[in-house]
Design a protein around this ligand. Structure first.
Ligand code: SF4
Length: 368
């Protein structure tokens, strides 16, 4: 555990906080892109440490949260088909679709299997050729290589009863959408370290140049996050904007090229719908036609249920940093982890789940 402790070292944390306060001549508003960073910020009270100088706004980097409701409905519809088993990570099980979650669908007889890896779903398909196994492939660039590998292996091994329901999203186009919004107040980004481990950060350079916005690749421990904040603040104070890497122990400029080559072998870039953010051009991945036999959307006639009545969930505003979860009237009242109205309350990377876990009493005190 020595490694982790070093990145949580109190003396180093205090030093970085003092340096940020000394560097800032005014308040700065930064967005941490990744839900994992949001959880760390709330867990370690980093936002409170920076209260005087930096506002940290939570971004859209929770893949489960940005998956459109219609895709969850499609996954449920697949699970209800005879001889189809829908395989998914645990996070997705409790996310509400327009009428029910995968967990509820399973309780009503739907065939839903929780797996820990897409390769587990390939193994299940290989072991049971009497059924069709569909993996619900949700995620950012971080998870795309594992999903690409599952499809690639199934194809190589002739496992024809394995397919994926693909809803992959790409971070950079979402960051650009946020910057383009007329109400955008973000002055700098803490880019998601694990995404950059795969993609590198060269792709952010044009974005940074075009919008004159600092982008700092940032990790997930307190020292990582505060280092990212410090780099952003120093750039803003100096009136410059560049891409910097504050997560050098994991990220290189060109990323993991072998992993990304595999992604590009299996997937191609496509327009993608994001929950609450609409369709963002070239912000998703779909299977190339060469792998169409493993594409659940092509293999099955998936019924698309009528949209249900309007949901009061304000996830779209939370995910773009327009409101905090505390500002959603449903937070902790009609929306809790046990009875979530939206994905951000149930996903392990969701901002609402983080606020519920670490700041619930604060909301109650404010109300009181
Ligand atoms: S608290 Fe619940 S209803 Fe409100 S935005 Fe978060 S998930 Fe949606």
């Amino acid at each position: 555990m020595k490694y982790l402790e070093e990145y949580r070292d109190r003396a180093l944390v205090d030093k970085l906080v003092a340096k940020i306060h000394q560097s800032a001549t005014r308040r700065h508003t930064l967005m941490e892109v990744c839900g994992g960073q949001t959880h760390a910020i709330l867990r370690f009270g980093i936002d409170a440490l920076l209260e005087k100088t930096v506002t940290l706004v939570h971004g859209p980097g929770c893949p489960v949260c940005v998956t459109p409701v219609a895709m969850i409905d499609q996954a449920i519809a697949l699970a209800q088909m005879p001889d189809v088993v829908l395989c998914t990570f645990g996070d997705m099980m409790r996310v509400p679709g327009s009428r029910q979650s995968l967990l509820e669908a399973r309780a009503q007889g739907g065939q839903v299997r929780m797996v820990y890896s897409p390769l587990d779903a390939v193994k299940l398909a290989q072991a049971d050729p009497t059924k069709q196994y569909v993996f619900f492939a949700v995620g950012f660039e971080t998870t795309a290589p594992a999903n690409a590998l599952a499809v690639y292996q199934a194809d190589q091994q002739g496992i024809s009863n394995f397919a994926i329901l693909s809803t992959h999203v790409l971070v950079r186009p979402a960051m650009e959408t946020i910057l383009k919004h007329p109400d955008c107040r973000i002055e700098g980004f803490l880019a998601a370290g694990h995404v950059c481990t795969i993609t590198g950060y060269a792709g952010y350079e044009a974005l940074c140049e075009q919008y004159k916005t600092p982008i700092v690749v940032t990790g997930f421990e307190p020292v990582d996050i505060l280092s990212g904040v410090l780099h952003c603040v120093e750039q803003l104070e100096a009136g410059v904007a560049s891409v910097q890497n504050a997560y050098t122990r994991s990220v290189q400029r060109e990323g993991n090229q072998q992993a990304w080559r595999l992604v590009e072998t299996v997937f191609e870039v496509t327009d993608q719908e994001w929950r609450g953010m609409g369709t963002i051009p070239r912000s998703g991945l779909r299977l190339r036609s060469r792998y169409g036999a493993h594409d659940a959307a092509q293999r099955f006639e998936i019924p698309t249920p009528e949209p249900a009545a309007a949901n009061p969930c304000r996830a779209a505003e939370v995910l773009q940093g327009f409101i905090t979860p505390h500002e959603c009237p449903a937070f902790g009242v009609s929306c809790t982890p046990e009875a979530p109205l939206g994905a951000p309350m149930v996903s392990s990377e969701g901002a609402c789940a983080a606020y519920y876990r670490y700041r619930r009493t604060e909301a109650l005190n404010t109300e009181g």
